[in-house]
Ligand binder design. Structure first.
Ligand SMILES: *Cc1c(COP(=O)(O)O)cnc(C)c1O
Length: 394
């Protein structure tokens, strides 16, 4: 089986799995307990916090452990919004291509009276610092723009956007779930005030993530209870998962350059090979994309059918976001970059990990090429185009 759906989730690295397992069996104390079993757990938690902080370029006290990327996004956005409301600032700036964890949170805030402005992206899915500058008003309480897109791999100019927000004194949050562990992130250089990441996107366990919140940033707790995470996230800490996440992040950041180089070579071969399929289009930039993302639309191909057939041939891929798969709505990201509803249905996302090989890429190119041709042979719309009745889109 070829697993090439790592933007949905990644296999846990052997070292992270070992760290989780060792922690589960030997460090069971509650870090809030004063006895030695508890203090051992508190020590392990502290070390994990330091490791994560080092990878992001912040201090351990600025790290808040969460149940994952969605929770971190929710907490960051709600916190900034409600802090803004106290100062009568109800304007929030974001982008059309954000993850649903951001978009749905913003939808809810609209019902609380917030004015949410979703920036258009260019045809590759990026927003510019100038767009953000033009959108900021005296009422803006938050800018939230994702680091890298989960469907099409587009990397936003985060340092530039951060600089604008810093200059204007507006809190800046970025959903870095697809970027962390894959491309270099430095919350100082990028002027980031809040950042979300999720362990299972970089070979860590599921159900654990991080919210980085710069010292002095107003944070509200989504869960009331004990004083864990300095009062910002109640509930006994998931120590094994946190330790596994820290191990996975350390590994990913340590090997980042060599893995990125290896992935870019495979990514570019896949793009080159799939671009040869007639009437196909690459989604996102050719270069300014994540090292591990390949995203295409194939005209007159049903994405779901393509995925099922690829699965039968041993390839686990995706049409885009795992969260929209199964629903017949076309991807909001593909619509935002200007794909029609029809062409957006024929999408394929291949997202690599360090375990994918060039040999797999060759098999994938061959298999996708054959399958697209096969599926088109059943498509009435395709036949109309072949016979010249209708024009091709791409
Ligand atoms: C996966 C993902 C999330 C959600 O993270 P979970 O840990 O699964 O809640 C949020 N944003 C982006 C960009 C993602 O890819």
């Amino acid at each position: 089986m070829i697993y090439i759906d790592n933007a949905a989730t990644t296999p846990v690295s052997p070292l992270a799995a070992k760290a989780v397992s060792e922690c589960m069996t030997s460090i069971f104390g509650n870090p809030s307990s004063l006895h030695s079993a508890g203090q051992r757990a508190a020590q392990v938690l502290f070390e994990a916090r330091q490791t994560v902080a080092q990878c992001l370029g912040c201090t351990a006290r600025e790290i808040y452990f969460t149940s994952g990327g969605s929770e971190a996004d929710n907490q960051a956005i709600r916190s900034a919004a409600h802090a803004g409301k106290k100062k009568n600032k109800l304007h929030i700036i974001s982008a059309k291509t954000e993850h649903h964890a951001v978009l749905r949170t913003l939808e809810r805030l609209k019902t609380e009276g917030f004015d949410v402005q979703l920036l258009d992206t260019d045809e590759n899915g990026a927003v510019t610092a100038q767009q953000v500058r033009d959108a900021i008003t005296d009422e803006t309480c938050l800018v939230t723009v994702m680091y890298a897109n989960n469907e099409i791999g587009t990397v936003n100019p985060i340092a530039d956007i951060g600089a604008v927000c810093r200059e204007k004194g507006v809190p800046f949050h970025t959903d870095a779930v697809q970027a962390s562990g894959h491309i270099p992130i430095d919350v100082q250089k990028d002027s980031i005030d809040m950042l979300s990441l999720s362990a299972h996107k970089f070979h860590g366990p599921k159900g654990v993530g991080v919210l980085f919140a710069r010292k002095g940033t107003a944070l509200e707790s989504l869960i009331d209870g004990g004083a864990q995470e300095r009062g910002k996230r109640a509930g006994t800490e998931n120590i094994p998962a946190i330790v596994g996440m820290a191990q996975a992040l350390k590994e990913s950041c340590g090997e980042m350059d060599s893995i990125a180089a290896q992935q870019i070579a495979i990514r570019d071969r896949l793009i080159e090979g799939l671009a040869r399929i007639p009437h196909s289009a690459l989604n996102g930039y050719r270069q300014k994309r994540l090292p591990n993302n390949v995203s295409f639309c194939f005209e007159d191909v049903e994405g779901e059918s393509l995925l099922m057939m690829l699965d039968e041939k041993g390839i686990c891929a995706s049409s885009g976001s795992a969260c929209t798969s199964g629903s017949l709505e076309p991807s909001h990201v593909l619509l935002a970059i200007g794909r029609t509803r029809e062409t957006a249905q024929g999408s394929l996302r291949l997202s690599l990990s360090k375990y994918n090989t060039m040999q797999e890429a060759e098999y994938i190119i061959q298999t996708v090429t054959q399958t697209v041709e096969y599926l088109r042979s059943f498509s009435p719309a395709w036949k109309d185009k072949v016979s010249g009745i209708k024009p091709y889109v791409f």
